[in-house]
Design a binder for this molecule. Structure first.
Ligand SMILES: Cc1cc2nc3c(=O)[nH]c(=O)nc-3n(C[C@H](O)[C@H](O)[C@H](O)COP(=O)(O)OP(=O)(O)OC[C@H]3O[C@@H](n4cnc5c(N)ncnc54)[C@H](O)[C@@H]3O)c2cc1C
Length: 238
């Protein structure tokens, strides 16, 4: 179908963590595009149509009628969205694009390495796998500073309860004395990642987010774990 640019109403704005909000963008009447879990949409404000930025879908391909994107307050567009967007606003949206796609094959294990807001597409990965009762294993290894920074904590924990093939692990890097946290702490290490790998040949690694995190994950998987490049998919935000 033709590449249509649509104007979508922001139906709901959900604060997820400090400086992070999820926008539910309602499709307009008659809008019907192909969506794949893991893709991104490109968004602009109607008053500045030449300033466009990409946002990974935090919703999944089974979510028809709306897109969800989860935005961190960073840079010009991220700040404008998080500080100013409200329900009822309209945003221009280009159709979904991108090849950061989950390989939902029965005997695969998808290990998704995320830091901070880079976890956004992995909610889509886990949602689709759970709703379709897939046997593909999905493991999210997620690094945040403090427990309060965990995005989608409740939904990930609920998906993990529903789906025996989905595992959600968080490591906190900068715990404060008053944080209540009995889970893993420290940065993502090759030992931690390796401890979640069952059959290396069936594993596909994913990393998404700011370049520094993605480069770190790439080195860890290719150099420390000696996995081939073909078993790793990267989505760099810049
Ligand atoms: C495929 C793709 C998917 C993406 N998905 C998401 C997503 O799901 N969620 C999300 O939040 N973002 C996502 N991004 C990033 C997003 O597109 C924007 O780049 C981001 O919101 C920053 O807005 P900007 O580009 O207008 O920032 P600019 O103002 O152009 O700044 C660009 C970068 O410079 C740095 N920068 C700018 N100002 C400062 C400052 N004052 N101090 C320090 N550093 C600064 C930031 O790192 C910023 O990202 C994605 C990007 C890509 C390419």
């Amino acid at each position: 179908m033709a590449k249509i640019i649509a104007e979508m109403v922001v139906e709901k704005v959900t604060p997820e963590a400090l400086d992070v909000k999820t926008l539910l963008l309602r499709w307009p009447e008659g809008y019907d595009v192909e969506v794949k879990t893991g893709q991104f949409v490109t968004v602009f404000w109607p008053d500045t149509p030449t300033y466009k930025r990409a946002y990974s879908l935090s919703s999944c391909a089974l979510d028809r009628g709306f897109f969800e994107v989860t935005v961190k307050r960073e840079g010009k567009m991220g700040t404008r969205i998080v500080d100013w967007v409200k329900a009822g606003d309209r945003l221009g949206v280009l159709p979904p694009a991108g090849r950061f796609l989950p390989v939902y094959e029965p005997d695969r294990h998808l290990i998704c390495i995320a830091g901070g807001s880079g976890v956004t597409p992995f909610r889509g990965f886990a949602r689709e796998a759970t709703r379709r009762s897939l046997s593909t294993r999905v493991t999210v290894l997620y690094s945040v500073r403090r427990p309060a920074d965990i995005i989608f904590r409740e939904e990930f924990e609920e998906l993990a309860r529903q789906n025996p093939n989905f595992v959600f692990h968080v490591t906190c890097t900068r715990l404060a004395p008053d944080d209540s946290w009995s889970g893993h702490h420290g940065r993502i290490t090759s030992q931690w990642v390796r401890s979640h790998v069952g059959d290396p040949a069936r594993t596909v690694f994913y990393a998404c987010g700011p370049n520094a995190l993605v480069d770190f994950a790439e080195r860890l998987v290719l150099e420390d774990l000696h996995m081939p490049k073909e078993q790793m998919k990267l989505e760099k935000w810049g």
